[in-house]
Design a protein around this ligand. Sequence first.
Ligand code: ADP
Length: 481
Amino acid sequence: MPSTTKTICIDGQWRAGAQGQTIDVHAPSNGEKIAMLARGTQTDIDDAVGSARKAFDDVWSKTTAGERSRLLSALSARITDCAAELAEIEAQDTGKPMRLAKNDIATTARYFEFFAGAADKLQGDTIALLNGYQAMVNREPRGVVGHIIPWNYPAQMFGRTVAACLAAGNTTVFKPAEDACLSVIRMTELAHEVGIPAGVLNLVTGLGHEAGAALASHHDIDYMSFTGSPEVGTEIQKAAAAHHTPCALELGGKSPQIVFEDADFDRALPVIVAAIIQNTGQTCSAGSRVLIQRSIYDRFVTALARRISALKVGSHLADLDCGPLISAKQLARVQGFIERAHADGVPCIAKGSLDPSADSRGHYVEPMLFGPVDTQHELAQHEVFGPILAAIVFDDEQHAIEIANDTPFGLIAGIWTENGGRQMRVAKQVRAGQVYINGYGAGGGVELPFGGVKRSGYGRSKGFEALREYTVGKTIVINHG
Ligand code: ADP
């Protein structure tokens, strides 16, 4: 936990915001104040971008991939050494159950390990041209990268963006979410402890419309990476357009889990439940729609309802199925969806229960299963970002594909069937950045390229593709005669 309000790190120095203002941070489990952040503004962003530019020109662009690899490896090891402390910080700050926080920290260390290993394996191309010429495409870092991340997975988001970005040779200005970012502050300290040079990783805490907007609109940012809501994604893109700064946007989803009549219920049920309750539904890739074939609808929904009814919600320390939502604002948003669903007469099939010892100041909501939900209802179209699952009926394969694709989003999808031909047919026709067959989410998925199509955004994080994303091709042609 930061003991001061010096939570901005520029050129390796910790400082308060240039205007001296602060932001209070509250624990979602009980509403208690746990920290104060520096409220960075334009001046802090200007300084941070200046520091990142200088570090890029003078230091980081001159390091070898092997050196970057060694430093990122050291950071991975340091995060692992401090895993217990970091998990405690993450659980208290986000409200997520302790075992999930532990898993998030292990995944964060794994991101640094993966990209440390990938850093020196990035290769360019040679191209056959005319006789007497040699043509090649080198992969070069983009330069100074701006990162704006949300509050749902602060540690993992830090790993997924910073590890790939630094491995590819870029420097960065990182703007975490004001609601939860304490693990990011601690890991920025660790990064400097292991020797990542000053200015390579700059951290500016602050509000979205101040520090965030200043970063996205900065003229000296070469590439902007954003994960968050579609509305803010639009603002980021508009701000970046003023300088033609390229962006990668990850903007959430309404991901379908498609259950055919030949699905293995025992395999599918626990995974479908986990995909909606993980992080209390505050996950961009949450499986928030379950599409069920009409012939098995009643049987499947009954089994699903039994599992949803057994779910328990409570404090991060109680380590139950779900923790609280992040904030009163998020709770009001999710409750709004629930109230409107009730008012519209959408049947609520099952509901989990709240741990009686949960603090009344926490932002708790029970997981719920609604169904059958009309495909045009907001529960089937909008991202709730809470543990609310919409069951939808379909008749045949083509119908399932139509419904799966009938939202503005396209992030990930799950297909449950034992029929091999159908697995591939459906996987190819569902519009999504990732498709899982008889599974969902594949753990941390550090190795798997991740990102959306349609309104879920564009650009890829994770896996080797992320390393390419943080580079730009330069074509060099030599006329050697
Ligand atoms: P949520 O609504 O779930 O908090 P947001 O998309 O609003 O998610 O926030 C994600 C990140 O975007 C946070 O770091 C937030 O501070 C930042 N942000 C919010 N508004 C803006 C903005 N206008 N410009 C830049 N960043 C912003």
